[in-house]
Design a binder for this molecule. Structure first.
Ligand code: ATP
Length: 229
């Protein structure tokens, strides 16, 4: 056991918008796993979007507002800067190169995302680069067969992640919050308030920019470098 090893975790998502379950998961993990840093990493949204959504720069702005005062939570905008597909495996490769081989690196995902892991680009390689931290999510059950089931069966206790820099899977139960970004977009689209489900600064931003009020956002833009800093 090497408790001195630095441990950085990454929570990716479309964050359309960033909501209080994202925030709770991030804070719970930072505190319970003693993370040195938890990075929120917004990704591109699928091109076949058929619902009102925010642009990449707006989603990024909302994440930044939500975690501005939270120690240990930082925003990583690399996927929005990248041209072409923003595969998680590429981000982990970059992070591993930046953090070095001695740092524990973990990829965080909700149980729903874990259930779809086999559709991710080069998914098996994710575990050669990082640990997987799967967070319980109301309404989602563990896989019952196949490779994901086997992975799940091999889970270790969260405190054992320090024993290696990658390759382990742990499952963390956080106080369940049945909040989704879809639910928030729907509420706002129906003229209702999502207050209490999103940080106040995010709700403020949604109102100021009239996000999710109906109609489709313009296609996802590639963010120029200078608007990101
Ligand atoms: P949408 O409703 O648009 O699909 P979402 O609420 O699932 O969005 P994402 O940005 O897709 O939000 O989620 C990013 C990550 O956070 C994913 O790994 C997802 O599983 C996790 N997550 C989101 N909401 C919760 C929640 N209520 N409890 C646990 N994990 C969550």
């Amino acid at each position: 056991m090497n408790s001195q090893r630095r441990h950085v975790a990454v929570l990716g998502g479309t964050f359309d918008p960033f909501h209080n379950a994202h925030l709770r998961v991030a804070i719970e993990l930072r505190e319970r796993l003693g993370l040195d840093e938890l990075r929120l990493m917004p990704s591109h949204t699928p091109p076949h979007r058929d619902r009102p959504g925010a642009q990449a720069s707006q989603r990024l702005a909302m994440v930044r507002l939500a975690v501005a005062d939270e120690p240990g939570l930082v925003v990583d905008d690399r996927e929005l800067r990248r041209r072409g597909a923003s595969y998680t495996v590429l981000s982990l490769e970059e992070l591993r190169a930046e953090l070095g081989p001695a740092c524990s690196l973990s990829l965080v995902m909700g149980a729903d995302a874990f259930a779809g892991l086999q559709s991710w680009h080069r998914w098996r390689e994710l575990l050669t680069l990082a640990h997987l931290i799967v967070v319980d999510r109301p309404g989602f059950e563990p896989p019952v067969s196949g490779e994901l089931h086997a992975l799940w069966q091999g889970q270790v206790a969260p405190e054992r992640l320090h024993e290696a820099v990658s390759g382990l899977l742990t499952v963390v139960a956080v106080p369940p919050l049945a909040i989704s970004a879809t639910q928030i977009r729907t509420l706002v689209g129906n003229g209702r308030s999502p207050r209490g489900l999103v940080p106040d600064a995010v709700w403020d931003y949604i109102c100021r920019h009239r996000l999710y009020h109906g109609g489709n956002a313009s296609p996802e833009e590639q963010i120029p470098h200078e608007t990101l800093s």
